[in-house]
Design a protein. Structure first.
Length: 135
């Protein structure tokens, strides 16, 4: 029986899933997408992204990266907090649907910012299409 995340990914997204390759939900999403037979699109902020992680997490990151069908490297080699936000914006720009896991009490950080950007883009799109049945 497929995991619920695999089912969600397949039903909502079809053939490809974008991941920011962070620990936690991004890793689970990447694994579920591959298990569902989807193409994984890796949006990597910088080459050193996994360097601060445990050896096991680094090995999983490199394994997922090697299995990705498509890759976008947003920044350079070294950590840069601004590039994390740029990576999120690139994922939003390139996707058809955003699935974000965010606790209701979180009001700052990368995922919060990405959700806010997505909402602003949807509002701008809704104003461009008044009366559209999806709005």
């Amino acid at each position: 029986m497929p995991h619920p995340v695999q089912t969600l990914a397949r039903v909502l997204l079809g053939s490809a899933a974008i991941s920011g390759f962070a620990l936690g939900a991004d890793t689970i999403w990447s694994l579920a997408a591959l298990a569902a037979g989807m193409h994984l699109h890796a949006y990597i902020p910088f080459e050193s992204q996994p360097n601060r992680w445990s050896k096991a997490d680094q090995a999983l990151w490199h394994s997922l990266r090697a299995r990705a069908h498509y890759e976008v490297l947003v920044g350079g080699a070294d950590f840069d907090g601004k590039v994390l936000f740029a990576r999120n914006e690139a994922m939003i720009r390139d996707c058809d649907l955003v699935v974000a896991l965010l606790r209701s009490d979180v009001t700052k950080g990368g995922t919060f910012s990405a959700v806010q950007s997505t909402r602003r883009a949807r509002e701008a799109n809704a104003h461009a299409r008044p009366g559209h049945p999806d709005d």
